[in-house]
Design a protein around this ligand. Structure first.
Ligand code: TYD
Length: 397
């Protein structure tokens, strides 16, 4: 297995992407790791090299909440309507239910969630939903099957790519999915990541960034098959995969074959494609540093918007710290009054928009650009400008 792995990108020393620092720990040494990305020549999976155990990353201090974004809630609502209309499942399991944003759209008796980060799991439980503070593995799958029976629908957004042992993940899903049931998963698309140079999709939690090609290789080994895909705009370009048991009567649809073809055409099976991406990322770093330095020399006031896990990668890789960015604004309570990992930029509570003395805003949450631009019309109208690093570093005019 190891010999099939070729390292193609080195994003330097990085802290854990969601380890926002409370003021009391600001002088403490942070844990860092080398963020290197590899391509597996045999099954085409792209993964990070140094990984952490699930309980180091997903525990009772996890800050991320799905409900913080309108676009995420809207997407979950639309999907829930589609599921009810087209699949009409008797019982549903959500793996990685976070604060219950998806579960909210279903009848409390029909849906069960698991979420190992007990701080957010409790939020869903308080609303009266059935949730368990468990990691996804065979033991959990056996327990749920015994307690709730087989599931007609298993849903998981931005979670399965966070678990290292994919064969165990999918075996455990196979174990409790009904014969004609569907597994729906959503994750950032590797094709979009490479096309738009969004190297910040790589950080400790994203052990894999899936392509349809690679995911299907892993699924095949576990008697599962993608039968439909939908492209969605969330998280900078994601794919929603509809998956069935190989033995299910469901037909494999055109959308699956088209995605495979598009990915092959772009070169996702070839090492050279990744080596070229790596070259573009190095150029992107130089350009972003140049942009920040030039604005700072002109004494412009720059802040950040959305202290994302993704921005941890960009800021640490490009060494853009509190000398360049005065502070970040963020709506997430668990991030506020803390500092960004590695770069130690203070995070302030988002109140009523961007202060009048701010000239430039670095888009940490670039994936919600549209939502943010709509909200910050006043800032834009008074000549305020945004900075982004993708598809290449630039000021958005
Ligand atoms: P997201 O891009 O979903 O996550 P990740 O951490 O996985 O890279 O996170 C969006 C962050 O941006 C989250 O901390 C909330 C914040 N945010 C705002 O502060 N204001 C906004 O209007 C939006 C859309 C997000």
């Amino acid at each position: 297995m190891k010999n099939n792995l070729v390292e193609f990108l080195d994003l330097g020393f990085q802290p854990l992407a969601n380890s926002f620092i409370p003021i009391n720990n600001i002088r403490k040494k942070e844990r860092k790791y080398k963020l290197k990305i590899s391509f597996n020549k045999k099954n085409f999976l792209v993964s990070i090299k140094n990984t952490f155990s699930s309980n180091e990353m997903f525990n009772d201090t996890y800050p991320y909440r799905s409900s913080m974004s309108k676009s995420v809630s809207k997407s979950f609502k639309e999907l829930s309507n589609k599921i009810k209309k087209k699949l009409n499942p008797k019982n549903i399991l959500e793996i990685g239910s976070n604060d219950g944003t998806f579960m909210n759209y279903f009848n409390k008796k029909k849906i069960v969630g698991i979420e190992p980060c007990s701080n957010v799991e409790k939020i869903t439980k308080r609303k009266g939903f059935k949730t368990y503070p468990l990691y996804w593995n065979k033991k959990t799958s056996d327990f749920l099957k015994k307690k709730h029976g087989e599931f007609d629908l298993i849903y998981s957004a931005n979670t399965l790519s966070h678990i290292k042992n994919l064969n165990s993940v999918f075996k455990s899903i196979y174990n409790c999915l009904s014969k004609e049931g569907s597994l729906i998963i959503e994750d950032p698309s590797l094709l979009d990541c490479l096309k738009t140079n969004t190297y910040d999709q790589f950080y400790n939690e994203h052990i894999y960034v899936f392509s349809c090609i690679a995911l299907n290789e892993v699924l095949k080994k576990n008697k599962l098959q993608i039968y439909r895909i939908e492209k969605i705009k969330l998280h900078g370009g994601s794919i929603r995969y509809y998956i069935k048991k190989t033995t299910s009567k469901k037909k494999i649809e055109k959308s699956f074959f088209k995605q495979i073809l598009d990915e092959e055409k772009f070169g996702l099976k070839k090492l050279n494609t990744y080596l070229n991406f790596s070259k573009r990322v190095k150029k992107s770093k130089k350009k972003l540093i140049k942009l920040f330095s030039s604005l700072k020399k002109q004494e412009f006031k720059i802040i950040g918007y959305g202290a994302t896990a993704k921005s941890t990668t960009v800021l640490n890789y490009c060494e853009i710290d509190n000398k360049y960015i005065d502070y970040f604004l963020d709506t997430t309570p668990d991030k506020q009054n803390k500092f960004t990992p590695g770069t130690k930029i203070k995070i302030l509570k988002y109140k009523n928009g961007i202060e009048n003395d701010v000239d430039y805003v670095f888009l940490g949450a670039w994936n919600f650009k549209k939502e943010i631009f709509k909200k910050e019309k006043k800032f834009i109208d008074r000549g305020g400008k945004f900075i982004t690093h993708n598809p290449y570093p630039k000021i958005i005019k």
